[in-house]
Design a protein. Structure first.
Length: 88
């Protein structure tokens, strides 16, 4: 009765996080080389992605390196981005 994947929910949530991160990076600057994502510990796995897929796609497609910082003061479902490095 439809597609099955043991981590289907994880894949969907990862994709939503990826889209949110890419949109925020695009709004900041198109020459971003390295960013720090600050998020609640609950959301870190979704940010990284299943099999590190989100991290790999950001590097492969946009050539952006990601550093993740856990901060329990950030509400679950939210994140902040700090630019660490820009391309010249």
């Amino acid at each position: 009765a439809g597609p099955y994947h043991p981590a289907f929910r994880q894949l969907v949530e990862d994709s939503m996080w990826y889209d949110a991160i890419v949109n925020k990076i695009k709004k900041i600057n198109d020459k971003v080389k390295k960013v720090k994502i600050i998020a609640n510990d609950i959301n870190v796995n979704n940010i990284i992605g299943h099999g590190k897929e989100n991290m790999l796609k950001l590097k492969e497609i946009y050539n952006v390196d990601i550093v993740i910082e856990k901060n329990d003061k950030i509400k679950p479902g939210r994140f902040k981005i700090e630019i660490l490095e820009l391309y010249e």
